[in-house]
Design a protein around this ligand. Structure first.
Ligand SMILES: [Zn+2]
Length: 363
């Protein structure tokens, strides 16, 4: 059967960060790379690593670009974005640099959009595939999610210092593996159903190949990468997994498309219980539940064993849902299956009952 994605004449697409550099000590290249985008930078530095990185960032920029360094307030909210934009305007910034975790990076990306400036992203953890994307999650000032905002372009440069990532807690790297785990399963669902990617079109064939490469990379190197991270070492496995978590998963999800795993993640986030768990940890549960939706029992076993080997949750209790009630499962399923939700990118119809049943097997 000729599915939608194979229909002749239909547009296909993919999107990418402008440039990507990765390696231990990469932060030292920041100034030399930044210079190509402008002479005056405003750097938004995550408050969590501000003291740790301030001197390194200053040293890396010195002699290349003049820079004002701003400490991030903690949220990626409209008020924080406006604050950064105002500071950058006053400083006459020609480029923005965001360094740290997801919220600081998203704040810098959104402000760069508002100012029409180039942006360099320097992630200090590899906990999700957000750094390369043209997407920012906007929060309310109280910490609840307000909305996702699509940006007109991906970051101009993503500079990943694996020595920094190796020094961060291994739990972040494991969560990034969870997010990367979803990439192929969701892209494959979209490929089969003909569902659209983040550009509202099917992906080019490369998108699905990148997603497959992402999956194969984490399966092969995930456990070894975590052992290297425990030893604070950017060894060969960690290098491969960081590339999968940030670059391959980033391109794979934006260009291949998203489906059940992230829809179930959104559903799980409706429960207060899961709020202390990381995005990728909840996504891993979404992948397992998604495989149950497909009745893919053999693949489920394989992925569950993999999750165990990379310290990812395999049961609802592992993400804080100790008391699994029918009411909670119904809440998750209702959110996951909303009309127009990405769960409907799956190649078969998915109902709330199916999601409840799948989640029950993880209780
Ligand atoms: Zn994700």
């Amino acid at each position: 059967m000729l599915v939608n994605s194979q229909a002749p004449g239909l547009l296909r697409g993919a999107r990418f960060p402008g440039r990507y550099i990765q390696g231990a000590g990469a932060i030292a290249r920041l100034g030399a790379e930044a210079k190509g985008f402008g002479g005056k930078a405003v750097v938004l530095l995550d408050r969590g690593i501000y003291d740790l990185l301030l001197d390194d960032v200053r040293a890396a920029l010195e002699g290349h670009v003049s820079a004002e360094i701003v400490r991030h307030g903690g949220e990626c909210s409209e008020s924080q974005i406006a604050l950064l934009s105002e500071k950058a305007r006053q400083a006459g910034a020609e480029l923005l640099i965001g360094a740290g975790g997801g919220k600081a990076l998203d704040t810098a990306k959104a402000a760069a959009r508002d100012l029409s400036l180039p942006v360099i992203i320097l992630p200090t953890i590899a906990a999700s595939d957000a750094p390369c994307s043209a997407l920012a999650v906007i929060y309310n000032d109280d910490g609840s999610v307000a909305y996702d905002t699509f940006l007109p372009r991906n970051p101009d440069l993503v500079l990943v210092d694996t020595a920094l990532i190796a020094r961060a807690p291994a739990r972040y790297l494991a969560a990034g593996i969870g997010d990367a785990l979803a990439t192929w399963y969701e892209a494959e669902s979209c490929r089969r159903s003909g569902a659209f990617n983040c550009m509202r079109m099917p992906g080019v064939s490369l998108a699905y190949e990148i997603a497959r490469y992402c999956r194969d990379t984490i399966f092969e190197h995930g456990a070894a990468a975590l052992a290297e991270c425990d030893a604070d070492t950017a060894g060969p496995a960690l290098e491969r997994v960081v590339e999968a978590n940030i670059l391959l998963s980033g391109i794979g999800f934006e260009s291949g498309g998203v489906a059940a795993a992230h829809a179930i993640h959104h559903g799980l986030c409706e429960l207060e219980d899961v709020h202390h768990h990381l995005h990728g940890e909840k996504v891993a549960i979404g992948v397992l539940a998604g495989l149950k939706l497909h009745d893919a029992d053999e693949e489920f076993e394989r992925v569950r064993d993999f999750c165990r080997s990379v310290r990812l949750p395999i049961r609802l209790a592992d993400i804080g849902i100790a008391d699994v009630t029918e009411e909670k499962l119904a809440t998750v399923a209702r959110r996951a299956c909303r009309p127009g939700e990405i769960i409907h990118n799956e190649p078969m119809p998915v109902t709330e009952d199916m999601v409840v049943k799948a989640l029950r097997t993880l209780a």
